[in-house]
Design a protein around this ligand. Sequence first.
Ligand code: EPZ
Length: 429
Amino acid sequence: MDRIRITGGRPLNGSIPISGAKNAALPLMIASLLTDQMLILENVPRLADVAQLQRILNNHGVDVMIGGKKEGETDFTGQTLLLSAARIVDTTAPYELVSKMRASFWVVAPLLARMGEAKVSLPGGCAIGTRPVDLLLMVLERLGAEVEIDAGYVITRAKNGLKGGEIVFPKVTVGGTHTALMAASLASGTTTIENAACEPEIADLAACINKMGGRITGAGTPNITIEGVSKLGGARHAVVADRIETGTYAMAVAMTGGDVLLQNAAPELLQSALDVLVQAGAVITPTNQGIRVQRNGAGILPVEVSTAPFPGFPTDLQAQLMALMTRAKGRSHITETIFENRFMHVQELARLGARITLDGDTATIDGVPKLKGAPVMATDLRASVSLVIGALAAEGETMVNRVYHLDRGFERLEDKLSACGASIERLTG
Ligand code: EPZ
């Protein structure tokens, strides 16, 4: 099992290319099931989750080809995937595949919309919470499907096709909104969604479906309308930049000090996180190449943050911000409002000398003058990168174990950081 060794105390200087967003690439790949034509996705990140989803799509009969290297590409240029679901040969997504990558549950929508049936394993919980899918099933029922749960599988049918309907989400759900977009696009009639998720990845999926011939308006706002069409065609679409990767590296620079250009990053995708970084003492400068992040000299200032659906502070950056606050001059509070168990990184950060106390959904962080390296263990994707951020500023050596969590969502993290001066290396085996 790979580990990552970091020797802290070095500033970050240079530039980091930001990859395509994992949380856009996954629904976009699933959208290939909506058409028998070829969907070409550019700027796809090379991540374990993307590879796992390719296996799941292959199981349904989707051909996934990888475009070859083009003139002028660098090692960090995203890959191009050519996906073709000419014939869907299997409408079952088995437990052994879905349980490895929860978002693959979202295949239920295009399978049902295109084939009139689907049998998809319930994804089960994960480290950060129970992760129910009741609202995704509500969507399918609102669009006229029969839904039953049997032996850990969702079995759903719509023999006469899906019908447009009115969907009102009682709480914001990214997966629920993706499910509604994909199912409603091939339903007959009009679907309206109220209280839709506004994350940039929603707008990215809607833009792609519209290129395929879909008729979605309002994506990116809480109110979306979808005019169903009988068929969708192929398209070419580039995956939006990863706002979570952007925010993660911005926090790393704020933590170590230095001056880094985050290439291809787009400020409007994570403005709330950038605002918090400015409050913490970083200097954020949007440029026509991306976002420049600096923190030179002055200390890290404490902040008060609650996570919230977009455009609020993203839950996927909560662990990273907590790592930064371990070195702040004073007391910070971070409240996690989205998931019920997303503080797994607290105990591991404490091993580096952080002073954090928990009271329900709120963490209180008392900044310490320095952290000291230690062996730590990654528990989930974003928690693992918070340990890397802590280690980059800790005195001495830190060994991060179980880095397969990192590989799910951060492309070539050690290469990107070592190119900016970090002492970080991967130990394989
Ligand atoms: C997506 O997960 C992301 N995953 C998550 O990123 C992200 O943290 C989350 O959205 C919130 O932004 C992908 O895009 C692949 P939700 P999703 O449905 O869609 C509750 C990462 O690190 N809920 O918006 O599963 C749910 O329990 C991952 O990249 C229901 O109650 O999240 C949670 O409390 C982690 N019933 C809240 O809604 C449902 O049917 C938000 O969940 C669905 C969700």
